[in-house]
Design a protein around this ligand. Structure first.
Ligand code: GDG
Length: 452
């Protein structure tokens, strides 16, 4: 069996990963073995010209450092101030700087340069996410001929958003050097097809085969999952939380998201406010716990979302709190994964309301963590990739506070019988399409196209 080489922006070296990609890829590599290459997280003056190896995991890990300028241009700049907002339908937040695109090209080329000496001829290379769209082109330029696949964890933009890129044709040229493009949802595959057709030379030759910028590429939908069995175990044995004292008999609604403007946190706070205004009977009977660890705080849009959320939580608590009851608990730091699993299990409602999201693993974790005999209710945005398969959740439009508040009320009232029936269907899907299924189906498809 040839070796799997996964490349992503970030190589997790510490504890408590709180990003979806890291959590999923770690699960996948633990079962298949292989090599994972990524950024160490260290910004230095003079980055070394070879990879640094990190023993101690069940797979090989190797990292590279970035210069401050590369971090600024490639990571904060082009990746997170152009590609991320654009892929999440926020062209208004895009900040275009020629130096950032230059830095993105430079870092993709440098990673290829560092990787090539360590590759074996029959390696399968699996490139992750939007930071590294340009990597296959750089590897091919250096003579790599084996299979190279890409998986995009976030949504693919439609033609309108793609047109807001400084150089849309370059994105498709980068993509054309891969053998297989993997997307989270059918929505993304059709955006890719439509955008490619409108913006560059592209044709669908047969099912899932494209002629793109003069090359042949395959594309498919591979919805990512979680390690369901392990997460169910974790939740079942989660520590009995002293911290739960804050509930004082109330039911808990829980949200867990990196504090990102794509996650719809202010919208859900406003819907909760509306719920409390319209149904005073729920006062002191429901507590909303929002866990939102900080992320990318060097980018202005992330400082703005932090301010907006803190302000809203304060205002709503000021409006409704009593001596015994604080309606919103807003926690702005990461918490350990086993504690998180226990909190999900206690949550009568799991609130997942992004305005745009590739998949959303929190929706799947929440379902896996429930007590099957007395499960909670998942409220899920129609704009999460997860909504394509998790249709037994209460599916809502996060922009509509009336609909969202209505779903919260419905979940509070829902009979145990209905909760169990919805949950059983959701859990079956989460278990069947777990993270192992995701990496196997993707890697089988990659091998199928390369005669391997
Ligand atoms: C990207 C795409 C796609 C969060 N807070 C804490 C914590 N987390 C963990 C969650 C979950 C992960 O982080 C978040 O994953 P999501 O999928 O919800 O979202 P993104 O980080 O935006 O991930 C997304 C994903 O990639 C995978 O393809 O689903 O659409 O945007 O696992 O549990 N973990 C701990 N403490 C926290 O405070 N331990």
């Amino acid at each position: 069996m040839s070796r799997l080489v996964a490349v992503s922006n970030r190589l997790p070296l510490g504890d408590n990963p709180s990003g979806g990609l890291v959590v999923a890829l770690e699960d996948a590599l633990r079962s298949s073995g292989g090599l994972w290459v990524g950024f160490s997280g260290e910004q230095v003056d003079n980055p070394a010209d070879d990879l640094t190896w990190h023993p101690g995991a069940s797979f090989e890990r190797a990292s590279f450092d970035l210069s401050r300028r590369d971090y600024q241009d490639y990571y904060l700049g082009y990746s997170n101030s152009v590609l991320w907002p654009l892929c999440h339908g926020r062209a208004d937040l895009v900040r275009i700087e020629p130096a950032h695109l230059e830095g993105y090209r430079r870092v993709n080329a440098r990673i290829a340069e560092l990787l090539v000496p360590h590759l074996k001829p029959d390696d399968r290379i699996w490139v992750q996410d939007y930071h590294l769209f340009g990597l296959a082109a750089e590897l091919r330029r250096r003579g790599v001929e084996g299979p190279i696949g890409h998986f995009l964890h976030i949504p693919f933009p439609g033609p309108g958003d793609c047109a807001a890129l400084p150089n849309p044709a370059e994105l498709f040229d980068w993509l054309s050097h891969y053998d297989l493009l993997g997307f989270q949802a059918h929505r993304d595959l059709s955006n890719f097809t439509e955008s490619a057709r409108q913006l560059v030379e592209a044709d669908q030759t047969e099912h899932c085969h494209f002629r793109l910028c003069g090359r042949t590429v395959r594309a498919g939908v591979f919805p990512i999952g979680i390690d369901a069995a392990a997460f169910m175990e974790l939740a079942r044995h989660a520590p009995d939380e002293d911290e739960m004292r804050f509930l004082t008999g109330a039911q808990m609604m829980i949200g867990v998201d990196r504090l990102d403007y794509s996650k719809g946190i202010p919208q859900r706070f406003r819907a909760f406010q509306l719920l409390l205004e319209k149904i005073p009977d729920l006062h002191e009977k429901i507590v909303f716990l929002q866990i939102a660890p900080p992320t990318r705080e060097e980018v202005e849009a992330y400082r703005d979302i932090r301010e907006e959320t803190e302000h809203l939580a304060g205002r709503i608590n000021g409006q409704f709190a009593t001596i015994n009851w604080t309606p919103i608990r807003f926690i702005h730091r990461p918490i350990p994964r086993n504690v998180l699993a226990g909190l999900y299990r206690q949550g009568r409602i799991g609130l997942v309301t992004p305005l745009a999201d590739g998949m959303n693993l929190v929706a799947k974790e929440y379902v896996a963590a429930q007590d099957e005999d007395d499960p909670g209710v998942l409220i899920l945005s129609r704009f999460a990739g997860a909504a394509e398969t998790m249709d037994r959740a209460l599916i809502i439009n996060p922009h509509d506070p009336w609909e969202l508040a209505g779903a919260m009320a419905q979940a509070m009232r829902m009979s145990r019988e209905e909760r169990r029936s919805r949950h059983a269907d959701l859990l079956a899907g989460v278990v069947e399409r777990d993270v192992g299924w995701w990496s196997r189906t993707y890697l089988d498809a990659l091998a199928a196209g390369s005669g391997g």
